[in-house]
Design a protein around this ligand. Sequence first.
Ligand SMILES: NCc1[nH]cc(CCC(=O)O)c1CC(=O)O
Length: 301
Amino acid sequence: MTLRLGTRRSLMATTQSQMVADSYTERTGRAVELVGVTTFGDVTKAQLAQLGGTGVFVSALRDKLIEGEIDFAVHSLKDLPTKPDPQVTLAAIPARHDHRDALVGHAKFADLPAGARVGTGSPRRIAMLRALRSDLEYVPIRGNADTRIGKVTAGELDAVVLASAGLTRIGRDAEIAQIFEVEELLPAPGQGALAVECLSDRADLISFLGVLDDPRTRSAVTAERAVLSALEAGCSAPVGAFAVDDGQTLNLTAMVVSLDGQEAVRKSAAGSPSESVNLGQLLAAEMISEGADRLMGEQSR
Ligand SMILES: NCc1[nH]cc(CCC(=O)O)c1CC(=O)O
């Protein structure tokens, strides 16, 4: 029997879903068909940051799981709310792609002239970029990657900042002018990773989909998401977190920046990969004791 994989309809979503489908078929010999689903996040005109909550891209796919129209779903892990939904299980977290943010434009970041207009919809990116260069103008934008890059091509913006992984998935990585290292721009928790979900009562399917899981990616993103959750921050908060599990040790760095880029709390910790949730929670507690709470402000909650 062919498994039905639910996906958002954007090029990025269908490409990453097809990658997961191909990988599953290759490992198990089972056929997978993609089922396109339109989500609220794709149709709304509102600023994503103002939608007041995470998961606008996720809930429509979960609805289709519950309605039995699809067997499993693929999301960008970064878009997944940290609060678990007991009806669905994160059956696999495949090996992560590039975790970093990238600049698309005509010059490298340091070479942009003062006053240049840089587009990004993410308060995290705006705050961290402001900390690097306060002399640029940061313009909130949304829409799919294609639309965002189009604003540079049209001359409306000098550059846009997007996730490197997403640009590669849609075949636009040749337009990257610069990739930001994590020391400059700490990625969003889960950035570059995918989430494979199915209903919690499908024990057989959960175990089949497990062939797609990469344990080192799972421990890393689990720690990153534990920070976000313990800070009680959502996807629109100016919070970055990045972890690497080298098979022995899990190294985690997290950062909160005020929206004006003037103040930041950045901390790192190391621990056992099997204690990923704990490590994230401990780091978040340290950050809160150093004022992270205050920096996030009310609007980003
Ligand atoms: N919020 C939208 C979103 N969700 C995941 C990605 C990129 C791909 C990824 O992180 O896996 C993007 C676009 C972007 O941030 O440029």
